[in-house]
Design a protein around this ligand. Structure first.
Ligand code: HEC
Length: 100
């Protein structure tokens, strides 16, 4: 029993420990496409118009923005992509992804 607690703690530790923060900052006036190519293609290829295949409930500006701001287990968060840059990047991602 005790062992399974240790195991669970280890898994949670690994999962949260992998979430990183990117220090990328977009240049003033950068287009959504520029930001995507600079910050995201390391992991996501720019396969526009099919960058992502999003579920209907994920294909909203709020969800995309949240993902960029908060990251995920294997995706860093991008606290410096804000305001207009965040809007443009989100628009680019949504305009170039398909819906499931
Ligand atoms: C270090 C690698 C990495 C970088 C850099 C990265 N991502 Fe991700 N991203 C991932 C991984 C891995 C997933 C899927 C697994 C997950 O949810 O953790 C993902 C998932 C996503 C999803 C959800 C897609 C879906 O099918 O639900 C979106 C949207 C997304 N990323 C956008 C971006 C944007 C925009 C950027 C650039 C600002 C970016 N990512 C940069 C690794 C990365």
């Amino acid at each position: 029993m005790k062992q399974s607690y240790i195991f669970a703690a280890l898994i949670i530790g690994l999962a949260t420990g992998c979430s990183k923060t990117s220090d990328y900052s977009p240049a003033a006036g950068a287009k959504g496409e520029d930001i995507f190519r600079a910050a995201c293609v390391e992991c996501h290829k720019d396969t526009a118009p099919k960058i992502f295949e999003l579920k209907a409930d994920e294909a909203t500006p709020a969800t995309i923005k949240q993902r960029i701001a908060e990251g995920n287990m294997r995706m860093p968060k991008f606290p410096n992509i804000q305001g207009e840059s965040l809007d443009k990047l989100t628009e680019y991602v949504l305009a170039n992804s398909t819906k499931k």
